[in-house]
Design a protein around this ligand. Structure first.
Ligand code: NAP
Ligand code: GCO
Length: 267
């Protein structure tokens, strides 16, 4: 069948975006809604869920918000069943919920390391595992894992985060390998440095009003010469969630203003 713009439509699909009360997840959810999908999201805290629902309402979107910690397998299974009853089975899952701890490795305690791995790697495993049976039954499904520059690169104080996001890249390829023949596509989006609360500490102005050295570093390291905005991720997410990408599987789409292609500004 020849290509049609309808291939990008998500009309009639149910999309679950984890951790989407604000930030990258919220923007991706808004884009999926714009393309026609019904939006389901969860956060780990009641307060962020309520705030999220209000933000969607302000944007004219009726999103189904739930409180559920993605590391709690029992709770995730229970919520999946509830969503299936209240909204419908999931066509599109975006594993977006994530945390970061910026601590030099020798100062990082093992519990904190484990917690980052738990949310950023075990979480996507748990939620994917919960939605896959219905996707297999329906004969189609899209899973998009939100990876990172740290799926490819290391840096001084993000050992747990890099380990988790590197693992998430490989979980993506493995889900593709295991379920490709069930017409399920699992891809990743690797955002570059994006302006969200997660990266706020890296952009805070110095006492003398000058830019944070890390802010300068990122601008110089990114060919686009700027931080990413959350809406830079909208088009790539719709593409990977839609039928337009049905033969794209196990791929990580880096949306980074060219950062990974660049050695950095010449001295
Ligand atoms: P953010 O502003 O910190 O938002 C993270 C969201 O995840 C929050 O809504 C939070 O909700 C939720 N969350 C955290 N732990 C959870 C858990 N255990 N169960 C359920 N929800 C949980 O982050 P962001 O910057 O938008 O990033 C979103 C994703 O993109 C993350 O995976 C992050 O690693 C990744 N990423 C970010 C950047 C960037 O530059 N910002 C770049 C690359 C990748 P609660 O407050 O309720 O916990
Ligand atoms: C950091 C950053 C990141 C980004 C992102 C890059 O401290 O280096 O927070 O790791 O948020 O994941 O893609």
């Amino acid at each position: 069948m020849s290509f049609s713009m309808k291939d990008f439509s998500l009309e009639g699909k149910v999309a679950w975006v984890t951790g989407a009360g604000h930030g990258i997840g919220f923007e991706i959810a808004k884009a999926l809604h714009e393309a026609g999908a019904t939006i389901v999201f969860n956060t780990s805290r009641e307060e962020s869920m309520q705030k999220g629902v209000e933000s969607y309402q302000k944007a004219g979107i009726k999103a189904h918000g739930y409180v559920c910690d993605v590391t709690d397998e029992k709770a995730v299974k229970k919520l999946t069943k509830k969503i299936e009853e209240e909204v419908g089975t999931i066509d599109i899952l975006i594993n977006n919920a994530g945390v970061i701890k910026r601590v030099p490795m020798l100062e990082m305690n093992t519990d904190d390391f484990r917690q980052v791995i738990d949310v950023d790697l075990n979480g996507p495993f748990i939620v994917s595992k919960a939605v896959l049976p219905s996707m297999i039954k329906k004969g189609h499904g899209k899973i998009i894992n939100i990876c990172s520059m740290m799926s490819e690169l290391g840096r001084e104080d993000v050992s747990a985060y890099a380990a988790a996001k590197g693992g998430l890249k490989m979980l993506t390829k493995n889900i593709c390998s295991e379920f490709g023949d069930a017409n399920i596509q699992c891809n990743g989006i690797g955002p570059g440095y994006i302006e969200t609360p997660q990266t706020k500490p890296l952009r805070e102005k110095q006492d003398d009003g000058s830019r944070h050295p890390f802010d300068e570093f990122i601008i110089n390291r990114t060919p686009a010469g700027r931080w990413g905005k959350t809406d830079d991720l909208a088009g790539p997410a719709v593409f990977l969630a839609s039928d337009a990408s049905n033969f794209v599987n196990g791929h990580i789409l880096y949306v980074d203003g060219g950062l990974l292609a660049y050695i950095g500004k010449q001295p």
